[in-house]
Design a protein around this ligand. Structure first.
Ligand code: ADP
Ligand code: MG
Ligand code: ZN
Length: 443
């Protein structure tokens, strides 16, 4: 055990790092030579990447920018439980509380180890003079930007105030910065580095998007006779397993649909044909939604036909199949939705049932939104959304490795697919199916 793993146990009670990548990021941040960019999926332990290094620096504190007071509260509560002093300065605090925190920060040796700040707060005079003081007296270990995708207009949570953080990077050159985000597209990653003005060369620690246990394919709906039977067979084959598996660990499937009616129709038809399925959508009563999710999570009902609202906070490890009844609106969404399959690392199957009339419907919707946009910014965002959608259509209509589309989107090298998609396994039949699809779509 070295010093760092020692402290990992002492302060955080973890015996080992959650991943090799987490360890590498932590060691790089501890060295403090370069700015560091960390991109790992939600739940992989990004907080520890800056929290542990900050604990190794005596008499210094880390300033952490975080977009929401709710997130800040969670982090502070977590650290407080670990007996680590974490504070915030924000508009919701009492004057007395604020004074208490500021007094500590201005003392010779502050107790505070983490100071959490929203980007709005960062723009205030109070904060500006505070950070001047802290830097001047060498009390700052790191400046951390959590949820760094908020700095990008390509992200869905763009926060204009995040842009101003770049000015701080330029002003306080001596302190190493750390930016963290969940899996980000190449565009978002580029924005993070440039908008935050991170000092080059930035050390990057990024989970590759390629998941080799997931098999991806596309089926053209107009090329099959019995759509429901086809879907049924796909699900049944994917779900096959030993009889003796405990109920809660039983294999499960999700069928994503675009409309509420579709979820009901498909769930009914699948159930009639012998695969017990429930519908899940925003129109259900909360209690019904909870009941459906519970039946599925606990292994009582193997299949849910759902709109996109299903999946937030769902972390069932044994999802063997995710089918999309119609195409997702963009690559990021599809990657995330299909990525709910195979969390246990065992083989799982992701399939789109592609249908051109469905595609035309989405096309129409998105173009409509561009037309309705009021401000130039809105228009740009709608146009970006349309561009992202076009990539998804190409995913379905090109004969190219499916995993490659993801890799390109996340700015990575070509992954070693090795037959883990229909195109790489048997490109010829994909080409044939596509030709048939196009002929039928025209006729
Ligand atoms: P992220 O920010 O990447 O979504 P968090 O930092 O919130 O993830 O961490 C997710 C969970 O993982 C937390 O409960 C955290 O305590 C736990 N965790 C982090 N690192 C380790 C580790 N080395 N060993 C065990 N659990 C860990
Ligand atoms: Mg986090
Ligand atoms: Zn492939």
């Amino acid at each position: 055990m070295d010093h760092i793993t020692d402290k990992l146990m002492q302060y955080f009670g973890h015996r080992k790092f959650k991943s090799e990548l987490q360890e590498q990021a932590i060691r790089a941040i501890t060295r403090g030579v370069h700015d560091v960019y960390v991109s790992m999926p939600t739940g992989s332990g990004k907080s520890l990447c800056f929290q542990l290094p900050a604990m190794l620096q005596d008499n210094k504190l880390a300033i952490v920018f975080s977009p929401l007071l709710a997130l800040i509260k969670d982090q502070i509560d977590h650290l407080t439980k670990l007996k680590i002093t974490a504070e915030s300065i924000n508009s919701k605090m009492s004057v007395k509380d604020k004074e208490r925190v500021l007094n500590d920060l201005h003392s010779m040796k502050p107790n505070t180890k983490f100071l959490y700040i929203t980007p709005e707060q960062a723009a205030t005079g109070t904060f500006k003079s505070l950070i001047d003081h802290l830097v001047k007296y060498k009390k700052v270990s790191y400046i951390v930007v959590d949820e760094a995708h908020c700095v990008s207009e390509w992200g869905h949570d763009f926060r204009p105030d995040y842009l101003k953080l770049g000015e701080l990077r330029e002003k306080y050159k001596s302190i190493p910065w750390v930016a963290l985000t969940a899996t980000a597209s190449a565009d978002v990653a580029k924005d993070i580095l440039s908008n935050l003005k991170l000092l080059q060369p930035v050390a990057k620690y990024k989970t590759p998007s390629f998941r080799k246990n997931l098999f991806y394919d596309v089926v053209y709906q107009n090329c099959i006779e019995d759509e429901i039977g086809h879907l049924m067979e796909f699900l049944k084959n994917s779900l096959k397993e030993d009889e003796n598996v405990k109920q809660k660990d039983k294999n499960a499937a999700i069928v994503y649909c675009r409309t509420r009616e579709q979820t009901e129709d498909l769930a009914n038809m699948l159930t009639k044909r012998g695969l017990q399925s429930l519908a899940y959508h925003g129109g259900l009563k909360t209690s019904d939604r909870i009941a459906v999710q519970e039946a599925w999570s606990s292994g009582v009902c193997p299949c849910v036909c759902a709109t996109l609202s299903f999946g937030m906070g769902v972390d069932k490890a044994t999802v063997r199949a995710v089918a999309h009844w119609g195409v997702s609106q963009n690559v990021a969404a599809y990657y995330q939705e299909s990525g709910r399959a195979g969390r246990d690392g065992k083989p799982a199957f992701c399939r789109i049932y592609y249908c051109r009339s469905e595609r035309n419907a989405v096309d129409f919707l998105l173009k409509n939104e561009i037309g309705r946009a009021k401000t130039p910014e809105q228009k740009q965002r709608c146009k970006n959304a349309y561009k992202s959608y076009e990539i998804m259509v190409k995913y379905c209509e090109d004969v190219r490795c499916r995993h490659l589309t993801f890799a390109e989107y996340f700015g990575e090298e070509r992954p070693a697919c090795g037959g883990r998609c229909d195109v790489c396994r048997d490109g010829r039949s994909v080409r044939r199916a596509l030709e048939q699809h196009s002929r039928r779509a025209l006729s």
